[in-house]
Design a protein around this ligand. Structure first.
Ligand code: GP9
Ligand code: MN
Length: 641
């Protein structure tokens, strides 16, 4: 009995040792790859610890599942497949500085590119990344010390490993959330996700995301597009003739100003204007002071989505990530069809917000990203290339572009945490109780200086005669957390109504042929596309758009936020409460009912389009629908609203 027990202990001890060595080897390899082969931009010791810890849960999971399905062989298969997955990621990363997503696998062209250059991304030393596979094979199959049986994992050990993976992942996630809140909801950059949850978990996450997307899409059918078409037929004015085509054939430079809110316009700090150049420039163009951002978690990318599609972004996550594989009838494609060279200029990594993938779906011809700018340390700060250099290089690039072009430029410097090199601070910082707001004034002032240099050089260039500028803020920079400090600055209590009004961002349309005007219409980023196509005189046949031309005097004034709040000509509705839009005083019960209903209906319809990927049915549905409509209007003699 005693002897048996002793043998049992030794056997268990040996088994544990094999487990520990096999798991440890894979852990070491994965950690090495994550911290030395991928450039994940680890910023502090906490992040480095998260990165070292995050392989564990996935290793327990894959080995656990392997044992459950195939015992010792299964565990080895997991080891091989895990190693291959890591290696494929390495190859892909060497080529694209990015991680594979399932929608990307569908993009055969991308991978064909990789195939073409495979020779250049293979290294002889990569062989070393598989040495551990041989050691694992030896430990699992050939290690047979005298009198002991070879390593034989039991099914229940597989279950234990797989179950332990769950708390390990929870710890990982909680830990990661200390660095980045809502990590999984706010899917940022894939590099960031891998940094926090590890490359294998990232693939699991990607698969779940894909599964959800596919399911919604599979359950959808073309009938679902009909309510959307009907709703838009009823509620959207068909034609806007106002100013139609005044910018026909012209180039368009859309400038997305990072985190720029309307409250800085015509406002001062220490007696100095925050945006002196923009304040003057807006007098020379069409300036909109009741224009709101409509973004949610996808921030800049959501504003890009609104501009391109005149659809609402999603309430959770960034549609740039979750639905980059959808079919769209986007503005860039429309402009390309009308002879434009369409591109985005943004001096950040092209994978950020999944732009490299989504821009293809939206039909952009080119994405001029960080790698196309001469980004040096001296010319960078914080998020990267300083706006003044970005503007300067971009203007030079535009001079040589095929004409007409549509360029969307996205600035970067006025981004949280709003820091600047000393010599770029053109105004003293603020004196409120929020350091964030205090610094924001300085980055806003800097951005205005960079804009000035750009617009002045633009005016001196040949482009000036046949180009319009569409300058707008992408979203808020100062969140609700700083409303006390904002109250100190603005000298008023920031209640819900004021907070809502702070979501206004500037919009200026400027260029020869654009009559100066101060326009008070209530609108949002969803209205940019129809405004632009009307100015360019381009027929936009996509009926699935929620926006209305901002220049049209008879437009429906309704701006809906992603939270289901709204502003119209008279009222502002916030979470069930109703306010008079001019005074901010509470309005009578029921005054906002119609607005709230419209908000809910529009958001639901817009979501159904994205989740169901319904634009893929547009052609067939439209044909049926227009025949039906024709028949019914002949019957009833109905008129188009
Ligand atoms: C990054 C820039 C900023 O490329 O667009 O993104 P944001 O954090 O504002 O969404
Ligand atoms: Mn932004």
């Amino acid at each position: 009995m005693f002897t048996k027990n002793k043998y049992f202990n030794k056997k268990t001890g040996l088994k544990l040792l094999v487990y520990a060595v096999v798991i440890g080897m894979f852990w070491l390899k994965m950690s090495y790859i994550q911290s030395n082969i991928f450039s994940l931009n680890v910023e502090n010791a906490n992040e480095a610890s998260i990165l070292a810890f995050n392989p564990l849960s996935s290793i327990f999971l894959i080995f656990g599942l392997g044992i459950l399905l195939g015992g010792r062989r299964g565990m080895f298969v997991s080891y091989i497949l895990g190693s291959l997955l890591l290696y494929v990621n390495i190859l892909f990363y060497r080529e694209y500085s990015d991680f594979i997503t399932i929608p990307m696998l569908n993009q055969v062209a991308n991978l064909a590119d990789l195939g073409g250059s495979i020779g250049t991304i293979l290294n002889y030393s990569d062989i070393l990344l598989f040495v551990d596979v041989l050691i694992a094979a030896f430990l699992l199959f050939y290690l047979k010390p005298s009198r002991f049986q070879a390593f034989k994992p039991k099914r229940r050990e597989g279950i234990i490993l797989a179950v332990v993976a769950i708390p390990l992942f929870i710890v990982n996630l909680q830990w990661a959330e200390t660095e980045r809140t809502d990590l999984l909801e706010r899917t940022f950059d894939r590099n960031m996700l891998v940094k926090y949850i590890g490359v294998i978990n990232y693939h699991v996450y990607d698969a779940v995301l894909q599964g959800k997307t596919e399911m919604k899409k599979t359950l959808a059918d073309s009938n679902e597009l009909v309510p959307a078409i009907n709703y838009l037929n009823e509620n959207k004015k068909k034609d806007s003739n106002h100013l139609e085509g005044v910018a026909e054939g012209k180039n368009v430079i859309a400038i997305s100003l990072e985190s720029t809110q309307t409250f800085v316009v015509d406002n001062t700090l220490h007696g100095e204007e925050l945006t002196p150049y923009f304040n003057d420039l807006k007098e020379e163009g069409a300036y909109f002071d009741n224009f709101y951002h409509q973004v949610k978690q996808g921030r800049t990318s959501d504003s890009e989505f609104l501009l391109a599609n005149s659809l609402y972004p999603l309430n959770r996550g960034a549609v740039f990530f979750t639905h980059s594989g959808n079919e769209y009838e986007a503005l860039p494609s429309l402009l390309s069809e009308n002879g434009y060279f369409t591109n985005v200029m943004h001096a950040n990594d092209k994978t950020f917000w999944n732009r490299n993938v989504m821009y293809d779906s939206l039909g952009y011809d080119d994405f001029i990203s960080k790698e196309d700018y001469e980004v040096t340390q001296e010319k960078s700060h914080g998020w990267g290339y300083l706006d003044e250099y970005f503007f300067e290089d971009s203007l030079n690039k535009m001079k040589d572009m095929d004409k007409p072009f549509f360029s969307k430029m996205i600035t970067l410097t006025n981004h949280y945490p709003f820091t600047l090199p000393e010599e770029k601070k053109y105004i003293e910082e603020g004196e409120t109780s929020s350091g964030t707001l205090n610094r924001y004034f300085q980055t806003i002032r800097y951005q205005d200086e960079a804009l000035k240099q750009f617009v002045e050089n633009f005016k001196d260039s040949k482009l000036y005669d046949n180009t319009i500028l569409v300058i707008y803020g992408d979203h808020f920079g100062i969140s609700e957390n700083h409303k006390e400090a904002m109250g100190e600055y603005l000298g008023k209590d920031i209640n819900d109504f004021e907070q809502f009004q702070l979501q206004r961002v500037p919009l200026l349309i400027y260029g020869k042929g654009i009559e100066p005007q101060e326009n008070h219409t209530v609108g949002g980023q969803i209205d940019l596309r129809p405004t632009l196509t009307n100015l360019l005189g381009i027929e936009d046949e996509n009926p699935i758009q929620f926006g209305n031309d901002l220049m049209d005097k008879d437009r429906r004034e309704l701006m809906i936020t992603r939270d289901g709040d709204f502003a119209n000509e008279e009222y502002v509705g916030i979470q069930g409460a109703c306010y008079d839009r001019e005074t901010g005083n509470p309005a009578e019960d029921g005054a906002c009912e119609e607005g709230f209903d419209a908000a809910q209906e529009e958001l639901e319809i817009s979501d159904s389009i994205i989740y169901g990927d319904l634009l893929r049915y547009l052609d067939e549905t439209e044909m049926v629908n227009s025949e039906e409509q024709q028949a019914s209007s002949e019957e009833k003699g109905s008129v188009q609203p």
